[in-house]
Design a protein around this ligand. Structure first.
Ligand code: FES
Length: 101
């Protein structure tokens, strides 16, 4: 698992009254907030590298508006741009980092 903790991400104070939940990322439970952006939840959980190109370059969040597709991951069995997914309890996320190992 490639997990980066070099960037300090904080959730918006607007989410403080929101419902906490847990999601699974590559088999690891992380805390999230129901209704927040999945890409943000992943970053807050330390997952900045979300995948790798066939050549081994790290992919991660870039545009945050569903255009670049650099943030795609398997979410509940479907490949989706994580910046366009709303977090809900029990979500199962699988990253594609095999090319980096
Ligand atoms: S960051 Fe570009 S599609 Fe998600």
């Amino acid at each position: 698992m490639l997990k980066t903790k070099t960037v300090a991400w904080r959730r918006s104070p607007l989410l403080e009254s929101a419902t906490p939940c847990q999601i699974t990322v590559d088999g690891h439970l992380i805390a999230a907030v129901a209704g927040e952006c999945l890409a943000t939840a992943l970053a807050a959980g330390g997952y900045v590298a979300l995948g790798a190109s066939p050549g081994g370059r790290i992919r991660g969040v870039f545009c945050m508006m569903g255009v670049c597709q650099q943030c795609v991951a398997e979410v509940d069995g479907i490949i989706r741009p994580t910046c366009m997914v709303v977090v809900r309890e029990g979500m199962d996320v699988r990253l594609s980092l095999e090319a980096l190992s």
